[in-house]
Design a protein around this ligand. Structure first.
Ligand code: FES
Length: 113
């Protein structure tokens, strides 16, 4: 899996694949931005903003089903690829961040600010 970094974001080494259990979200801090990392396949990791857009709770404490993450508080679901809300009550998408692998290292690009 390889993606182009966003204009404002540099790829930062966040963890290794071994740190991530398949389908179990993990929280990481990238330059002050909290992200939720989800290993969705053997060598595929998704990164999204960790804060639910419906409230101020951590999505990495929720559950993952397929390619969606579900907020533990009111059950909003977000697509891990697009960030779009796929289940209510949230209506605002979450930010998604490019991820690339270097060997077993997981790198994420989070735009500044
Ligand atoms: S805070 Fe996440 S769905 Fe309400």
């Amino acid at each position: 899996m390889s993606e182009t970094p966003t204009a404002a974001g540099e790829f930062v080494r966040v963890c290794t694949l071994d740190d991530l259990e398949l389908g179990v979200p993990a929280q990481a801090d990238v330059d002050g931005t909290l992200i939720a990392l989800v290993r969705t396949a053997e060598r595929e990791v998704r990164a999204v903003n960790d804060t639910c857009t419906h409230g101020q709770v951590s999505l990495s404490e929720g559950d993952v089903e397929g390619c969606e993450i579900e907020c533990w508080l009111h059950g909003s679901r977000f697509d891990l690829v697009t960030g779009a809300p796929s289940g209510p009550p949230a209506t605002v998408p979450i930010a998604v961040y490019p991820v690339t692998l270097e060997g077993d290292d997981v790198l994420v690009a989070v735009p500044a600010g």
